[in-house]
Design a protein around this ligand. Structure first.
Ligand code: ATP
Ligand code: MG
Length: 407
């Protein structure tokens, strides 16, 4: 569908005397028979021409030659052939020059498999033999690998990520250059590092990515991250059985022997959102509490965990454990969790037949932390230990609790 719309852009450009090609990731993925999620187009038309030919557009990155053209509600990036000027800070060129030669545009791209272009008639332009590298399942830098990584150190992580996504090896010279230039990754914005690591973790072969990170010592600039991947290396194969990123990060952290505070530190260092951080740290906290062993499933007492962490977090935890221990088709753990959930007559403090105020009045005590503590104990007794949820039973139990704790 996307391609049919994008073809119209190529046609219009050609009809007006310009060259136009599909380029980069979409060509690679078509050749591999993989789903394509964004179609990029390159052309010798300058941005001014593109804007004139396609009134429905957004000038996304005019300085870099990119115009987003809208066709039937879908956007396609149309970028003028360009070379890149001097690189500053190991990331992004300071300026770009528009050129008239497709080869020069392909030359600036990172890997041979990403440096191919295809025209309307399916003719492939492949000056760096990217197609052969696809057949050999190799990630290979275009030109001198060390120079390319020095220009833009993000490419180091892109190499690892593509290798994990496609199950490709990294060509020897390219991998060697990665080891040489690894420290440059320290110059890359944390958010970009995180996005690449996330794509790697979400890929089809994340264990391959983890292994490469360790082999090339890419993360040595950050002892925290480097240790995480080195120490969890024997468990990386479990990643592919997990579904969410927080499950994946939490599993690695637990496998690496992280404490709750170092788990939080990794999240902070990667500038994860508050939500992602909480999801991940909570999972680590619960894993540390139940201390599952990797070699055998452990009977888990879900009740107290459900009361404390809630249904959603526990489902996430169950999915994590399920993925790590058993075949994912096996529903057993999810079933035990659901049964434990259903067995609880009430699940929250709000559902108790007495309120904090009731306790205060009945016990004639000043408000204080004792109220919440007592309510939490009452909830646990009702939910898990058969205490009837009536005001009389609850008040009696509360009196005992207060006396026992000398509140
Ligand atoms: P995907 O979109 O599946 O993650 P992609 O190859 O399309 O992979 P994009 O980031 O969308 O990656 O970039 C599109 C194209 O731009 C790439 O295929 C590559 O040719 C070029 N490119 C992107 N980032 C870089 C980079 N850091 N250095 C050199 N070329 C790059
Ligand atoms: Mg892309």
């Amino acid at each position: 569908m996307g391609k049919a719309l994008a073809i119209r852009i190529l046609q219009t450009l050609e009809e007006n005397g310009f060259e136009a090609y599909f380029v980069g990731g979409c060509v690679r993925d078509w050749l591999l028979g993989r789903p394509v999620h964004d179609i990029d187009i390159c052309t010798n038309a300058h941005p001014g021409d593109v804007i004139r030919l396609f009134p429905d557009h957004v000038p996304t990155g005019l300085k870099h030659g990119t115009v987003s053209v809208k066709i039937d509600g879908h956007f396609f990036e149309v970028t003028t052939y360009r070379t890149e000027g001097k690189y500053e800070d190991y990331r992004r060129p300071s300026d770009v020059q528009f050129v008239d030669d497709l080869r020069l545009d392909l030359e600036r791209r990172d890997f041979t498999m990403n440096a191919m272009a295809m025209d309307l008639r399916d003719h492939l332009q492949d000056p760096f033999a990217g197609r052969d590298d696809l057949a050999r399942k190799l990630v290979r830098a275009v030109g001198d690998p060390e120079e390319r990584f020095r220009e833009d150190a993000l490419r180091l992580l892109r190499a690892v990520r593509f290798s994990a996504q496609l199950g490709f090896a990294i060509e020897a010279h390219t991998q060697n250059a990665m080891k040489q230039t690894a420290p440059l990754l320290a110059h890359i914005a944390v958010e970009r590092v995180r996005e690449e690591l996330n794509k790697m973790l979400a890929s089809a072969a994340p264990e391959k990515g983890c292994q490469l990170l360790c082999e090339t010592k890419l993360l040595d600039y950050s002892p925290l991250l480097s240790q995480l991947f080195v120490q969890s290396t024997n468990h990386a194969w479990r990643l592919v059985h997990l579904t969410t990123l927080s499950q994946k990060w939490a599993m690695l952290m637990y496998a690496a022997g992280s404490s709750v505070s170092s788990a939080r530190e990794v999240c902070t260092q990667l500038r994860m959102s508050k939500k992602e951080t909480e999801a991940c740290v909570t999972l680590v906290e619960l894993l540390l509490r139940i201390q599952p062993r990797w070699d055998e499933p452990k009977a888990i007492e879900w009740g107290p965990l459900l009361l404390e962490a809630g249904w959603e977090v526990c489902t996430d935890l169950a999915a994590l454990l399920q993925g790590c221990w058993w075949n994912r088709q096996d529903e057993e753990l999810a079933l035990t969790l659901r049964k434990a959930h259903e067995a609880m007559p009430i699940k929250t403090i709000k559902e108790l037949a007495v309120s904090g105020l009731d306790l205060q009045t009945a016990l004639q005590k000043k408000p204080g932390e004792w109220i919440w503590r007592t309510l939490a104990t009452l909830l646990s007794q009702v939910a898990l230990h058969g205490l009837p949820n009536t005001p009389e039973d609850l008040l009696e139990a509360a009196k005992k609790e207060v006396a026992r704790n000398e509140y």
